[in-house]
Design a protein around this ligand. Structure first.
Ligand code: 2RA
Length: 362
C-alpha cells in the first residue's frame, strides 16, 4: 500500500467539499466524449474540462453531421470533430451531451446501453423518475458507477437550489417566489447574433419574437397551457426533485434581458423556522460553491457582468421581507454557461470517475 502512494501520481478531483483521489495513469485510460462540442455549452464544457481532473482523459469531440469534420481546439491541440456514430463505435466510458432534446432522446439511451454514463444537459430526462437530476453539492451521492443517464438541471434551477438548499437544511423552505433575469447566451448562438446585430444597427435574423436589445421579454422557452412558460415550469419542478421539496411551493416568472451572459434571480423565500439575517449570511458564506457579496454600504452585490467565467453562485441583497417577517429577499447571480451548465456537468463527471475508480479498486 505504501508503495502505491509513493510511486503513483494522484489527481485530487475538483468537486468542492469532497476529496477524491484517482491515480493519473487510470484517468488517462478513461474515454470521455463531448457531444455538441461546437455549440455554446459544448465549448464551455471544453474550457472547464481542460482545467478539471478529467483533462488528461482520452477525449473525443463530437457534433451533428453538419459540424462534424471541422477542427476544434482542445488543450492547445487541434482535434477533428467526429460524428455520433463514431462516438458509439469508440465506446466511451462517460459522455457529456449538450446537443439539444432530439439528439438526446435518440442517442442518450443508445450510448447508455453501450455502457457509457451519459450526462445530459437537455431537459429531456430531467423529470423522468428513473433518471437522477444532480447538483453534486446537494445530491451527488446519487451518482453511481457504470452506464446510464444522469440529467444536468436547467441553468436557472442550479443557481436557485445552490442557495435554497443550505437554508432548507437549517430552517425548512415553505414557499419560494422567483423572478429571473436571464441572459441571451441561455438561448444559444442565434439569439446572441440577434442581440449583437441589433446593437450594430443591422437587421439580424430574429431568434426572439421581438427585439432583445433595449428590451425585456417575459417569455423564456415555449408557453404551456396553464399560461406559464416551460422555463418557469423547470424552475417550479426541478428543485423539488433535487432537494426533495414539497410539491407546488415555488412560483416563477422568467424574463429574458439584454445581458450577454449570467442569469440573475430575485427570490422571495418563506422559511418554516424563525431566522436572523446575520445567520442567513453566515450560512451562505460558509457554503462551498457560494460567494456572499452583500455589503450595501460598499455597493457590494452580485452582478452578471462580474460572474462571467466564474464557477461560483453569487448571492447578496439579503434582507427580511418588510411585509412578511417569516420571509426574506435575496438576489442570486451565476454564469449560466458555467455552474448553470458546463461546470455542473463536469463536476458530475468527476464524481462519476471517482465512483468508477472505487469500483475498479474495490
Ligand atoms: C435559458 N433554459 O433559457 C435556458 C438555458 N438552459 O436560459
Amino acid at each position: 500500500m505504501k508503495g502505491i502512494f509513493k510511486f503513483t501520481r494522484w489527481h485530487v478531483l475538483g468537486v468542492r467539499n469532497v476529496l477524491l483521489l484517482i491515480p493519473m495513469s487510470r484517468l488517462q485510460t478513461l474515454k470521455l466524449a463531448v457531444i455538441g462540442a461546437t455549440g455554446m455549452v459544448g465549448q464551455e464544457m471544453l474550457r472547464v474540462l481542460a482545467n478539471s481532473a478529467l483533462a488528461n482523459a482520452q477525449i473525443m469531440l463530437v457534433a451533428s453531421e453538419r459540424n462534424a469534420g471541422r477542427n476544434q481546439d482542445f488543450r492547445g491541440q487541434s482535434m477533428l470533430v467526429k460524428t455520433l456514430a463514431d462516438a458509439l463505435n469508440w465506446k466511451p466510458d462517460v459522455v457529456l451531451m449538450s446537443a439539444g432534446g432530439d439528439v438526446s432522446r435518440e442517442w442518450a439511451p443508445v450510448l447508455a446501453k453501450a455502457g457509457a454514463m451519459v450526462i445530459d444537459n437537455s431537459s429531456t430526462w430531467r423529470m423522468d423518475p428513473q433518471i437522477p437530476l444532480i447538483v453534486p453539492e446537494i445530491n451527488g451521492h446519487l451518482i453511481k458507477e457504470g452506464g446510464g443517464i444522469i440529467a444536468n438541471p436547467n441553468c436557472s434551477t442550479i443557481q436557485l437550489v445552490m442557495v435554497l438548499y443550505p437554508l432548507h437544511l437549517m430552517y425548512g423552505v415553505r414557499r419560494v417566489v422567483v423572478s429571473t433575469y436571464q441572459s441571451v447566451t441561455g438561448s444559444g448562438m442565434r439569439a446572441l447574433n440577434q442581440m449583437e446585430g441589433e446593437r450594430l444597427g443591422q437587421n439580424p435574423e430574429q431568434f426572439y419574437p421581438y427585439p432583445i436589445d433595449q428590451n425585456c421579454i417575459p417569455h423564456c422557452d415555449v408557453f404551456e397551457s396553464d399560461g406559464y412558460t416551460k422555463e418557469e415550469h423547470k424552475l417550479m419542478n426541478e428543485p423539488q426533485k433535487i432537494m426533495g421539496l414539497e410539491a407546488g411551493i415555488i412560483s416563477a416568472t422568467a424574463v429574458r434581458v439584454p445581458v450577454m451572459g449570467g442569469h440573475s434571480e430575485s427570490v422571495n423565500l418563506r422559511l418554516d423556522k424563525p431566522f436572523e439575517i446575520s445567520d442567513i449570511r453566515r450560512i451562505l458564506h460558509e457554503t462551498p460553491g457560494i460567494t456572499l457579496q452583500d455589503q450595501p454600504e460598499t455597493l457590494t452585490y452580485p452582478m452578471p457582468l462580474y460572474a462571467r467565467g466564474k464557477d461560483d453562485v453569487f448571492v447578496g441583497r439579503i434582507r427580511r421581507d418588510a411585509s412578511e417577517p417569516h420571509s426574506l429577499n435575496l438576489w442570486i447571480v451565476s454564469d449560466n454557461l458555467r455552474k448553470g451548465a458546463a461546470t455542473n456537468a463536469v463536476q458530475i463527471a468527476e464524481r462519476w470517475a471517482s465512483a468508477h475508480e472505487a469500483a475498479q479498486v474495490g
